[in-house]
Each structure stands twice: as C-alpha cells, then as structure tokens.
Design a protein around this ligand. Sequence first.
Ligand code: ZN
Ligand code: ZN
Length: 385
Amino acid sequence: MPGKALAVYTSQFADYKFHEDHPFNPLRLKLWFELLEAMDAISDEDLCYPPPATEEEILLVHTRDYVEAVKLASLGKLPEDPLQYNLGTEDNPIFPKMHQATSLVVGGTLQAARLVMEGVTSHALNMGGGLHHAMTGHASGFCIYNDAAIAIKWLRKHYNLKVMYIDVDAHHGDGVQWVFYKDPDVMTVSFHETGRYLFPGTGGVLERGADEGYGYAVNIPLEPFTEDDSYIEALEEVLPALMKSFQPDLIVSQHGCDSHEYDPLTHLSLTTRGFAAAARLIHRLAHEYCQGRWVALGGGGYAPRRVVSRCWAILWGEMAERTLPEKIPESWLLKWAKHAPVSLPEYLYDREEEFPPKPRREEISEKNRRTVVQALNRPVWSFVF
Ligand SMILES: [Zn+2]
Ligand SMILES: [Zn+2]
C-alpha cells in the first residue's frame, strides 16, 4: 500500500529566479518549506529530490528551436530574434542557467508523476512546478517550460492514461489548455479571474476544445472580487460532474494561490478557506475516481509571506493528512517578520472578521452562477445534467 504523499523538493528550485525585483520570487518556496518544518509537519521521509528533465522530455511539448533559444539565453546570449520566443521581456527576462533551472522544475513534476505511477505514493507534489503559461514555442507569463503539460504528455506516452488537469490559479491555465486542445484523453479545466481585465486574456466559456477534443476544455472565468462561497459553489458544481463524465485515471492539479485577496497581481478575493476547499475537493475526487492518483503543483502567488507559505502548507496538510497547528509558529514569525514589508498573519487560516463582505457580493455570485451554467452547457457533456 503506497504511503499517502511525497513532496518533491530541493532548495535548488530557487535557481528559477529572474531577478531581485521580479514578482515571481522563489523565496516563497523557502518560506513554505520552513513553515512546515517549524510546524513539524514535514521530514526527510516525506521528501524526494528530483533529477532534471532530459531534453527529450522537454521536447515532448516544446519546439527544438525554442529550447535552443533558451539554452543560448542561459549563457547570457540573446537568441537572434528573442521576441519571437518572448524572451528578454519584462515578464520573462533572461537569467543565467535558465535552461538548467527550468529543467529541474520540469524534472520535479515528472518525478512526482513517476512516484505516483510506480506506486511509491498515492499523491505527490512539486510546489516549484505549475508553470502553466509556457507555450510550445515561446515563454509566457513568467513561465519558461511548461512542466504540467510535459508531465501529462509523458503520462500519455508511457501509460496511455486519461488525465484530468485542474487549474485553480487566478490566471487562465492557457499553456496547458492549448497543448491538449484537440486531445479527448486530456480534459483541462481552469477556474480563474475573467480575462477581461487580467493576463492572459483568454479562458472564456466558449473555449471548449477543438476537433476530437471538443468538449474537453472547460473554462470558468470568475468575476473580479469573487469571494470564497461563490468560488466553492462553482468548484462543487463543476468538478464532480466533470469527473463523473470523463472518468480520468489521474489528476494533475495546479494550485496557484494568487486568487487570494492579498495577492497584488489579481482581483479575486479568496481567503485560505476557498483555497483549502479546492485542495480538499480535488483530494476527495482523486480517491473517488482515480484510486488516489494525484499530482499537485504550485503556480502563481505573489504575496510570499502572507499567502503562499500558508496556502501551500495547507495543501501539504491536506495531501499528507497532517494536522497543522492553528497558529503560525513563533520561530517562523520571528525569522520572517524582520524583513517583511507587511505584518504577517498569526494564524494558518485567515480570520473571517478580517474579510468583510464585498459590496457587490450577491451580484458577483449570481454572475458566476450564470457563467457555470454556460460553461457546462455543452453538447458533449450536456447529457449529464
Ligand atoms: Zn497566476
Ligand atoms: Zn489521500
């Protein structure tokens, strides 16, 4: 009987770093890991160190010329036409050894998939992963190689599995969606803030897949200022129904936590309660439909001290069934409050009284309900409802 969960982790994930002032800050991984250590909720037996992905594995998704461009950029040289690859931009600046650093992140996600498939564990996570915007031929939205898509291709190639990809990052999981847009064996479902105001601008309900894959891409674009209750209602309305119809063999989920009220880059208004509900539901569905097979990844999250560390600790607690203390340990607070630009939460879960209802709560919830109905009203799946 495989153990409950393993975390694929190495402090070298911190090499995936654009520069000091870039919002994608790998410090969040250290904050997360040290928080779990301070809570006595993770130990050496829970860990697995990843090998870097091979070039062959990266080429399962990315084009040869893009990979060559990234390798060149790793040496500090810009490829001939860097904009063709969206490299050297404000979002995706080049940095030393970017090919090696991203290959390690991809290797982490592949390792998580391997551990689950070899029966070493039921659930595995890689918080360094979840680079869901990367496209086959270019970088996008802080993402160089798309570890989630590569791992799903790998699972398809070696095990011929039906894979459910669930993305709860505040941004649309576009890179993964486009890779599998015509593939009926991979269903992608993304819950995100509507692209009307937010990067990458896609992820409308009418993006449903194409050709044989029609009906196998599902998008739930939520209103700005969506709060926990409306968010949880959407998850519960959509995910169990899709799992029931699609009957996948394995779940890959992306747990960006930029949907939190405190995140500086987006406009969703979740608290830790909404984030935890997503993790709990996905966990339940993995057992109900996939014999527990579940690979969970990180993703966005730009409030490292106040949000990412806590949300991802909650995710690990859920996967590994660890009871976490209610209060954030003093030792962690003492260490990290020193250099913090904001005061740090004392509790693992947000206090409800600190999040008063948003002014348009009812209107927003109603609009989200209509979006869910539209998203599920599809020829392929409509027989379910
Ligand atoms: Zn995001
Ligand atoms: Zn479990």
